[in-house]
Design a protein around this ligand. Structure first.
Ligand SMILES: C[S@@+](CC[C@H](N)C(=O)[O-])C[C@H]1O[C@@H](n2cnc3c(N)ncnc32)[C@H](O)[C@@H]1O
Length: 337
């Protein structure tokens, strides 16, 4: 009998609404009521947003993707040995281009099921099909929805040892409160001895960070990506944002070690968002926040993740210590359980 073809090894399952997941509208409404108002990262990733993010990864000043890819090219065989899991779940998998490097090493060692998790269904389907056509024997079950719902699905579908992977320094896109909530869910999902691999961008000078998170002359990927959040609010919730009324940029907040992606109102603006029952007042010069990117120090990250019942097993940094991959192992007991 012929081995199963790529099409039969790739599937995508919707997981939205599972477990204690808060409805999308409630999350967006709550974020808009904060000071300053902000928008959750997942809102920006429709097909247009995902494509713009891919363009960002290719900007000459955006070092993160290139450095992470180099780390994975170099260390994937060792990481795959240490993961020791037949099931590899990835939070916010996107195009999964870098993940392919790690999966290549995994399938050489053992039968592997990859469980990419993302809100962009189109990206999940295309990356699943592409990976299965490139890697014989790989099984892919894409989980279409937000992290909490997908982790809930994973808790209900046990099997081979599981590893949770979080690449692209996306962990830093959440606030401290959101990161604690997510770590709690990850800790509840992994059994003692299982692995959590997370990448983080390390703190560095404001000049480097601001040049990384703003468009170089002649490019518009970051600006378009940030403005796409307003298009999403208009499309999903009937908002009346006029894109030209807002100036996109990014600024490094040294107090919080966070790059803040912003949309600044050119003049006093009142925007109605009927689908959320929200009216937003933005005085001239005030910002709507459309993306946090927290910069970590190694000890702080180990402490933060460690507080949820993990210990740092090992980590890999690039030669200039700009960026790291951190491998944690789930402890026997944890305050999160
Ligand atoms: C910054 S991109 C990183 C993509 C890829 N991991 C990489 O390293 O290039 C973040 C990805 O996470 C997805 N995402 C963001 N927040 C999410 C959430 N709460 N639940 C599911 N997917 C999410 C987005 O759709 C996007 O594909």
């Amino acid at each position: 009998m012929n081995p199963p073809g790529p099409a039969t090894r790739a599937r995508v399952l919707p997981v939205a609404g599972r477990g204690e997941e808060i409805p999308e509208e409630d999350v967006v409404r709550e974020c808009l009521r904060r000071t300053p108002p902000h928008l959750p990262p997942w809102l920006g990733y429709d097909a247009v947003g995902s494509d713009l993010f891919e363009q960002i990864t290719e900007l000459p000043t955006y070092y993160l993707t290139r450095v992470e890819r180099a780390l994975l090219e170099r260390h994937s065989p060792e990481i795959a040995e240490l993961l020791a899991g037949g099931r590899i779940a990835e939070l916010g998998s996107g195009s999964a281009k870098k993940m392919r490097l790690l999966l290549e090493s995994c399938v050489r060692l053992r039968r592997t099921t990859y469980l990419p998790i993302d809100v962009d269904e189109g990206m999940l389907r295309s990356s699943a099909a592409e990976l299965c056509s490139q890697l014989d024997d790989l099984e892919v079950t894409g989980l279409w929805g937000r992290y909490e719902a997908a982790l809930d699905w994973l808790r209900d579908h046990t099997g081979e040892p599981l590893a949770v992977i979080f690449l692209g320094s996306s962990f830093g896109n959440a606030t401290r409160e959101e990161r604690d909530g997510l770590l709690h869910e990850i800790a509840r999902t992994l059994k003692p001895g299982e692995s959590f691999l997370v990448s983080a961008d390390l703190d560095k000078s404001p000049e480097v960070l601001e040049s990384c998170y703003n468009d170089p002359v002649g490019y518009t990927a970051f600006a378009d990506f940030r403005l796409n959040y307003l298009t999403r609010l208009n499309d999903l919730y009937g908002a009346d944002f006029v894109l030209d009324d807002f100036v996109p940029d990014a600024c490094y907040n040294t107090q919080t070690s966070t790059v803040e992606g912003r949309l600044r109102a050119r003049a006093d603006r009142t925007v109605s968002i009927p689908g959320l029952g929200v009216t937003l007042h933005l005085p001239r010069g005030h910002f709507l926040n459309v993306g946090y990117s927290v910069k970590f120090d190694e000890e702080g990250l180990a402490r933060e993740v460690g507080a949820h019942g993990f210990h740092l097993r090992t980590r890999w940094l690039d030669p200039e210590a700009r960026y790291g991959l951190f491998l944690f192992r789930r402890d026997e007991s944890s305050p999160s359980r």
